[in-house]
Design a protein around this ligand. Structure first.
Ligand SMILES: [Zn+2]
Length: 153
């Protein structure tokens, strides 16, 4: 799905990106409101009642403020995010789709131990962040599974 998360929902945006959802974060609400038309195909999520009321399109949802994990569970129960799940295919920081990298290009850019033990690396073409499936990914997977995300492995 395509979402537009209000600025206070950066944590929620990251969780949704882990599942491959296309999530743009509002940087300046009044600025984005003036150009709301460009986000028309996105479902707007906010914790601000004021922003919710001001948003001109019907695809919007007022998220209760509180723990990011609770917000994430709620959105997972309301939207078909599991049907279109593509785990870890986007940069969690900037929403860009990550692409695979030549192993040779990674040498010296990640810790030596990581380089020796991992075969496949990816990076974000926008911010350059390098990704790989290490122990941190397994921990994230376990955490998401505890929150009800149907992930294998
Ligand atoms: Zn990035």
């Amino acid at each position: 799905m395509k979402f537009l998360c209000d600025g206070m929902l950066v944590g929620l945006a990251r969780y949704l990106r882990f599942l491959g959802q296309d999530v743009v974060v509002v940087e300046n609400f009044s600025g984005d409101l003036r150009h709301a038309g460009r986000y028309r195909e996105r479902f707007f999520l906010t914790t601000s009642r004021r922003h919710y009321l001001l948003w001109p399109f019907p695809d919007k949802y007022l998220v209760s403020s509180g723990q990011t994990e609770d917000q994430f569970r709620r959105i997972c129960s309301l939207f078909p995010v599991f049907q279109e799940m593509a785990f870890l295919t986007r940069c969690s920081r900037c929403n860009e789709k990550i692409v695979s990298l030549d192993r040779a290009d990674v040498c010296g850019k990640v810790p030596e131990k990581v380089f020796q033990s991992i075969q496949q690396f990816y990076h974000c073409p926008r911010c350059g962040r390098i990704y790989w499936e290490g122990g941190h990914v397994q921990r994230l997977k376990d955490k998401l599974k505890r929150m009800g995300v149907p992930l294998g492995g």
